[in-house]
Design a protein around this ligand. Structure first.
Ligand code: F6P
Length: 321
């Protein structure tokens, strides 16, 4: 059966570059004679029937914009049979033959449920966290680390001017990719990631040791979820005598115009997703491994584990001494 109509949605936390993927999906689908429904606010919109055909002009001038023109949401209703039934009904009513889902692991789980209900789904990895196992790279990650580093560079100025220590919390959910690479990029004195046990005494000792050698300002990079960074700043001050402040970068990391890397990743993955769906694929996740596009069964993708770059972590640890 040839694919005539597909839907595209963004789900979970938004990520810069999602618009580039939507742009590519719409353009390449139209080129193949396929109609594309934009599904608004992720699976919630699908369940409510909040869908509308996207024309080429609907996606012009969006490639450079952060966020997602389709809006995003985290949807609990899809975890219920009733939610899945409603989503299927909307697809049937609009003759939607397949769905392109742009999001993270949680969104892939939703797509797997929909695939089992008979809706062909192809998923694209879109999250600033870069924490999806089946892919080296996720749309949004490059922009997010660059945003984080730009902010931390500013923080470094004031930290140095006051001989202080800044404890910076960055996003990443349960993964330390943003913390590690942003930490290396701003030459942090210490990087705390969830993939490694955190030894506070070691941190205090490192700061004291560096002070003895004349260093008087410090950036300590902490991935979110490690603990209370305000409390950690207080403990650093108490233990080392260096005046300390905590900064939580927060959602600013999710915004902004996507970098070239994220625009190109979004375009490539969006383009390939349409090709895959129109070739009859169902229940797939795309990835970019060694810069090549790869695809996996959703269950297989969700069962994979990602190896944290230990060599990079060890290098960062040495360089920060
Ligand atoms: O997954 C992206 C992300 O920004 C994580 O880094 C963070 O833990 C989470 O989303 C925050 O979610 P919310 O925007 O719902 O607070």
């Amino acid at each position: 059966m040839s694919v005539r109509k597909i839907g595209v949605l963004t789900s979970g936390g938004d990520a810069p570059g999602m618009n580039a993927a939507i742009h590519a999906v719409v353009k390449s689908a139209i080129a193949r004679g396929i109609d594309v429904f934009g599904v608004y606010r992720g699976y919630s919109g699908l369940i409510r029937g909040d869908v509308r055909i996207l024309k080429s002009r609907d996606v012009s001038d969006i490639i450079q914009r952060g966020g997602t023109i389709l809006y995003s949401a985290r949807c609990l209703e899809l975890k219920t049979d009733e939610g899945v039934r409603k989503a299927k009904e909307v697809c049937d009513k609009n003759d939607i033959d397949g769905l392109i889902v742009i999001g993270g692991d949680g969104s892939f789980r939703g797509a797997r449920v929909l695939s089992m209900a008979g809706i062909s789904c192809v998923c694209l990895p879109g999250t600033i966290d870069n924490d999806i196992s089946c892919t080296d790279y996720t749309i949004g990650y490059d922009t997010a680390i660059n945003t984080a580093v730009t902010m931390i560079d500013r923080l470094c100025d004031t930290t140095a001017s006051h001989d202080r220590c800044s404890v910076v919390e960055v996003m990443g959910r349960n993964a330390g990719y943003i913390a590690l690479n942003a930490g290396i990029s701003c030459s942090a004195s210490y990087i705390v990631v969830p993939e490694h046990p955190f030894n506070k005494q070691d941190l205090f000792e490192r700061i004291r040791f560096a002070m003895k050698r004349g260093k008087n300002h410090f950036i300590v990079m902490v991935a979110e979820g490690i603990g209370n960074v305000t409390e950690l700043a207080r403990e650093i001050e108490e233990s080392t005598g260096v005046e300390s402040r905590a900064t939580i970068l927060g959602h600013v990391q999710r915004g902004g115009s996507p970098t070239v890397r994220d625009r190109v990743a979004g375009a490539r993955l969006g383009y390939f997703a349409v090709k895959l769906l129109s070739d009859g694929a169902k229940n797939r996740v795309l990835g970019l491994n060694k810069d090549e596009i790869v695809d996996f069964d959703i269950t297989e993708a969700l069962e994979m584990t990602k190896k944290f770059p230990e060599d990079l972590y060890n290098m960062a640890s040495e360089l920060s001494r």
